[in-house]
Write a protein that binds this ligand. Structure first.
Ligand code: RRO
Length: 299
């Protein structure tokens, strides 16, 4: 079967499929499960300066096309997280820590205190006051925060971008100017749901982020647009549920692919998708490098 090994955003991976931030990434044990199931790398839940309970419930609405969450950055604080990273690292694949903060100083403090294989800067959570996309939709912030973290760590730094802007390319270029080793596209799309019997918004926070199959075409478009302007690698994420979705991401220009919501259907998803990609490459007589960005070259 075709090898899927290669470098993604400065990390050597056995395969380009990763656990996306926010799913199963709070404990070392759950991240190790993802590794055993075949993940080439894992990204943790986003970790901040202080412990947070997150938004009031309900925090998740399940829809036919995916789900809307408004978890609200619940996390134990970076001061209580190194042990979980160390347990996850026992799995033998890179562990990338997703971090959030209100500005360059907070990001720097958190990143410089943790020992990890890489950092993913969350500049894109769509529903947290003062964090995520509230600061990450401004390209100056993206550049400054990326620079600050790059100055303080020696491992790869990825920047996760918000799709809730007119032109995601401007944010990607800002991350690149800041020295990012890769961009990750996309975080969830701003969304809501209403209970028609009562008229109440369903989520405790009213507004949340949509993930799952509904957003895959949006994520694919973002990866495609970014690959037209960036020199740094792009990691595609958003609604990837089967090997064809992952191949589409790679054909749009992605070097790596993260999987999140689809894992609610089981961790076998990692091996199913990896096997599907390998068989596809064998059938076509090609390697991963041959198909990366092919949709841009063929148009
Ligand atoms: O915790 C969350 O509510 C959350 C985060 Br940090 C994020 O980046 N994206 C999202 O949809 N939810």
């Amino acid at each position: 079967m075709a090898s899927l090994a290669g470098y993604v955003g400065g990390l050597k991976l056995e395969n380009p499929l990763m656990l996306a931030a926010g799913i199963l990434g709070t404990t070392g044990a759950s991240m190790k499960r993802a590794v055993l199931a075949g993940a080439g790398a894992v990204v943790t839940k986003s970790i901040g300066l202080e412990p947070r309970d997150g938004h009031p419930g309900p925090t998740v609405v399940r829809l036919g096309v995916g789900l809307i969450n408004a978890m609200g950055l619940p996390n134990p604080s970076y001061r209580a997280f190194q042990e979980e990273i160390d347990i996850a690292r026992e799995g033998g694949v890179p562990v990338v820590v997703s971090i959030f903060g209100s500005g360059p100083d907070e990001f720097e403090e958190i990143a410089s205190a943790l020992d990890a294989d890489g950092f993913e800067l969350n500049l894109s959570c769509p529903h947290a006051e003062g964090y995520g996309s509230e600061i990450g939709c401004d390209p100056c912030n993206v550049e400054e925060i990326t620079k600050a973290v790059k100055r303080s760590v020696a491992v790869p730094v990825w920047v996760k971008l918000t799709p809730n802007v007119t032109d995601i390319k401007i944010l990607g270029l800002a991350a690149q100017r800041g020295g990012a080793d890769a961009v990750v596209a996309i975080n969830t799309l701003k969304a809501m749901a209403i209970d028609v019997e009562s008229g109440y918004p369903i989520l405790g926070n009213v507004i949340g982020g949509l993930s799952g199959p509904a957003i895959k075409p949006v994520a694919l478009r973002c990866v495609y647009e970014l690959s037209g302007v960036l020199e740094i690698p792009i990691i595609g994420v958003g609604g990837v549920s089967c090997w064809q979705d992952a191949v589409e991401m790679i054909m749009a220009g992605a070097s790596g692919v993260q999987i999140g919501t689809a894992l609610l259907g089981g961790l076998d998803t990692f091996r199913d998708i990896a096997d599907g990609i390998s068989r596809f490459l064998d059938r076509k007589g090609k390697r991963l490098d041959d198909i990366r960005g092919i949709a841009r070259r063929l148009r």
